[in-house]
Design a protein around this ligand. Structure first.
Ligand SMILES: [Zn+2]
Length: 283
């Protein structure tokens, strides 16, 4: 059969043999989990991964984050060559080395965190962002090292530190060494605090486990995106442990704000301006 092209669709539409209907290529549409609207992927991307119908915030890549808030062309990456080593020879349903290599191929990153120096509203900052699609943004030795170095550069140059959190917690494939990153990063963060250099933590969906239990909630200002899941253990685990039904918005940004755990909820469209203003007040 002759191939038809649908206007605006890249690649050939695929014919569904049973219905006789041509379907758009995979990845063309996305369904909003909140309002269930079917949205054009490229349109959602253009709007910084926010649903135009209900303002649901989809997850965003670390590089999209940096581009969203930093002055154009100002970002200079550091420590991009640091790469995890499988020192335990860890193997669960899959070998750790294989998990690493498939995440590296998928994200074109060496590990789950990108960091560097940039400007926000003309002010020099040390900025970093978790990459959730790299093994769930888990923190192993490399992520911990990169965060510690970010805080160290921040301290040395007296530039504010900003971290965009998005993590499932410590990386189990690196065992106790992953948990040690909590103490290591906090050691440097305490020096930053003593020197009076500001640190802003931006909590995005999800921020959990060892990251939530260490530097993610220790910012001088802790802001969150709307409806982001933030907590140590997930709500399902807590509900099973205490054998109680939890409030519907439990561990979501709005719940945390109403219980005094965070300072503000900032929609993604306002984040760049908000950070510029808050840095002006803190510095
Ligand atoms: Zn929606």
């Amino acid at each position: 059969m002759e191939q038809r092209r649908t206007p605006g669709i890249k690649g050939n539409p695929k014919l569904d043999e049973t219905t006789g209907v041509f379907k758009a290529p995979e990845g063309f549409w996305v369904r909003c989990p909140q309002c269930h609207a079917i949205l054009q992927q490229s349109f959602v991307k253009l709007h910084h991964q926010v649903c135009a119908e209900c303002t649901h915030h989809f997850r965003m890549s670390s590089h999209e984050r940096i581009a969203l808030v930093c002055d154009e062309g100002s970002f200079r990456e550091f420590d991009a060559d640091l790469e995890a080593v499988d020192f335990l020879g860890f193997f669960d349903s899959k070998a750790y080395v294989d998990r690493l290599s498939s995440s590296q191929k998928k994200t074109r990153m060496r590990d789950a965190f990108v960091s560097g120096e940039a400007k926000i509203s003309g002010r020099a900052v040390q900025v970093g962002a978790f990459e959730f699609s790299f093994m769930g943004g888990s923190m192993g030795t490399i992520v911990g090292e990169k965060i510690s170095r970010l805080f160290e550069r921040s301290l040395e140059k007296k530039q504010p530190a900003i971290i965009f959190q998005a993590s499932g917690g410590a990386r189990m494939q690196e065992g106790l060494s992953s948990l040690m990153q909590m103490a290591k990063t906090l050691g440097v963060l305490s020096k930053l605090n003593a020197a009076g250099v500001p640190y802003v933590s931006v909590l995005t969906d999800p921020t959990t486990g060892g990251v939530a239990a260490s530097f993610a909630l220790l910012g001088d200002v802790n802001v969150a995106e709307p409806n982001a899941l933030v907590g140590f253990a997930g709500p399902r685990v807590i509900a099973q442990t205490i054998n109680e039904t939890l409030p519907q918005d439990f561990q979501r940004s709005e719940f945390l704000l109403s219980h005094g755990m965070i300072d503000k909820i900032v929609p993604r469209s306002e984040l760049r301006d908000y950070l510029g203003r808050i840095l002006g007040l803190l510095c």
